[in-house]
Design a protein around this ligand. Structure first.
Ligand code: NAD
Length: 505
């Protein structure tokens, strides 16, 4: 069990029947939930292992007030002072890596290696924050007039809020709060209610690293908590990652309440495979990109656009055995390649698309929908599924399924492939497999998608670039982490100054 070892600050309280309770974390102290609670499952066993409270508007106000008070002194610290604390935080994350990974796998279900990789991606953002003095350096123009100089300052906003999805319990919180506090803000994090323990532990580690009480707070909950946060008068900025419907709600509500907001939504990522591509390489990469993390990644590939029937036939033949041979089981087992889905409800939703696709006339080439590993019949498992002859307009093409279901669409040429991607409502990630530089360059230039891979199926930008999709995958103009986050978490002030010699006054 994840919570057998109590942490120095204490990740949870255990009750008699071994079900733990995840507290809020406000002003540097744990606060046990009162009122409504939600169950946390181990997706590999299907059993309830924990409970998490739903913070109401009173608890949310406590967290925001703690952050507001802490802002007074935190915003007065220097960037080098903050960098030193963030460097200690980075070291503590490294030292506690195994524990954080176990938390992720136990509550989310993903494999330990996937958990490790995603934690590392989050830690890369913390690395970036260690250079905050340099990132906050601004522009200076001397002599804009006679004896007049002008310079810019990037100043913090105040209390910032982060609301995160279930699929990256470490990485996405780490996209947000380290960047926000590095810029001098204070923070209230609302992690996913499905897997909150990792986020809680990271917030505790931030305190151990020297982040003062109240600078980073955490409240658990669902819509009630989110709505209290995004309408709170003392909250200045909201970062959100989740499904598009909720992203739109959060963005419109937060901005209507005069907050800066960025809300990242869902995805339907297409990968074009050209006739000149290495099809063995492409097939292997596509299976990894579609089925790792059970397809529960906003950058997973869920549509393959095969250019030409020959490419489609060969690709499907090459992918079939790779999909049927995927090792499926609890993410905690070293040999497992694909873990369970996050909840029974989500599993049923994903499985419902298999019937929808068949009714819509797509060809179900691999049907893993009823697969359960032996000894784990109660877990939220299914196997990989592959549809061929999928067409635009079908629900399995239009909608985000967010599970291990890959669709193959056949098109006659590159132009049709490009048009399909550009016509889709989502625009998070995309990729092309080709050996032709001109085709690759044209694709990267013309495609209406925020993150593009050339022979790279999951093109997640590194921490010193910025992350963000286009179209209905984002409600904002500003990306996560990197320089975009510096802009998001600061406001620009420009000073124009002239000094007179004392004897001239
Ligand atoms: P979700 O939208 O259900 O939940 C996200 C967060 O919003 C959670 O903290 C949840 O408690 C809260 N929430 C849920 N319903 C709400 C409501 N009605 N009002 C206010 N708040 C609400 O998303 P999820 O199921 O946790 O995560 C999966 C989704 O996130 C997928 O659509 C995936 O594509 C998307 N995602 C996007 C990115 C990206 O960067 N674009 C990254 C990861 C995940």
């Amino acid at each position: 069990m994840v919570h057998e070892t109590q942490d120095s600050v204490g990740a949870s309280q255990k009750s008699g029947n071994d079900v733990y309770t995840v507290p809020h974390f406000i002003g540097g102290k744990k606060l046990l939930p009162q009122g409504r609670t939600l169950d946390i499952y181990n997706p590999a066993t299907g059993s309830v292992i924990g409970q998490v409270g739903v913070a109401n508007s009173h608890t949310v106000d406590q967290a925001v007030q703690a952050a507001k008070s802490a802002f007074i002194s935190w915003s007065g610290t220097t960037p080098p002072q903050r960098a030193k604390i963030l460097f200690r935080f980075k070291t503590l994350l490294e030292q506690n890596r195994d524990q954080l990974i176990r938390y992720i796998t136990q509550e989310h279900g993903k494999t330990l290696s996937e958990a490790q990789g995603s934690l590392q991606r989050g830690m890369d953002v913390v690395d970036f924050t260690c250079g905050i003095p340099s990132h906050l350096k601004s522009a200076y123009a001397g002599d804009v007039g006679t004896g007049v100089d002008s310079y810019s300052l990037y100043q913090p906003l105040g209390v910032c809020v982060g609301i995160t999805p279930f699929n990256f319990p470490a990485m996405i919180p780490l996209w947000m709060f380290p960047m926000a506090i590095a810029c001098g803000n204070t923070f209230v994090l609302k992690p996913s209610e499905k897997d909150p323990s990792c986020a809680l532990r990271m917030v505790e580690l931030a305190k151990e690293a020297g982040v003062p009480e109240g600078v980073v707070n955490l409240v658990n909950g669902d819509r009630e908590t989110v709505d209290a946060l995004i309408t709170h008068p003392d909250v200045k900025a909201v970062s959100f990652v989740g499904s598009s419907t909720v992203a739109e709600h959060v963005y419109t509500t937060a901005t209507a309440h005069h907050k800066r907001a960025q809300a990242f939504g869902g995805a339907k990522n297409h990968c074009v495979v050209m006739p000149d591509a290495d099809l063995d390489q492409a097939a292997q990469a596509l299976v990894t990109a579609a089925y790792d993390c059970a397809g529960e990644r906003c950058m997973a590939i869920s549509v393959v656009i095969a250019v030409g029937d020959q490419v489609a036939d060969k690709l499907v033949e090459k992918m079939k055995p790779l999909i049927t041979n995927l090792k499926i089981g609890p993410g905690s087992k070293a040999e497992v390649q694909m873990g369970p889905l996050v909840t029974r409800e989500h599993l049923e939703k994903v499985k419902s698309y298999i019937n929808i696709g068949k009714q819509e006339g797509a060809t179900l080439v691999v049907d893993g929908s009823e697969y359960k590993p032996a000894e784990h019949r109660q877990g939220f498992f299914m196997g990989g599924c592959l549809f061929d002859h999928v067409k635009p307009g079908m629900r399995i093409y239009n909608e985000e399924i967010f599970g291990p279901v890959l669709s193959v669409v056949r098109v006659p040429d590159f132009e049709t492939a490009l048009q399909l991607i550009n016509d889709h409502e989502y625009g998070n990630g995309t990729a092309i497999f080709t050996n032709d530089g001109y085709t690759a360059r044209t694709f990267a230039d013309k495609v209406q998608v925020g993150m593009v891979g050339v022979n790279v199926p999951v093109p997640v930008p590194v921490a010193y670039h910025s992350f963000g999709g286009w179209k209905r995958s984002i409600f904002s103009d500003i990306g996560m982490y990197g320089n975009d986050a510096i802009r998001f978490y600061t406001k620009l002030k420009t000073v124009t100054q002239r000094w007179f010699a004392k004897d001239k006054i």
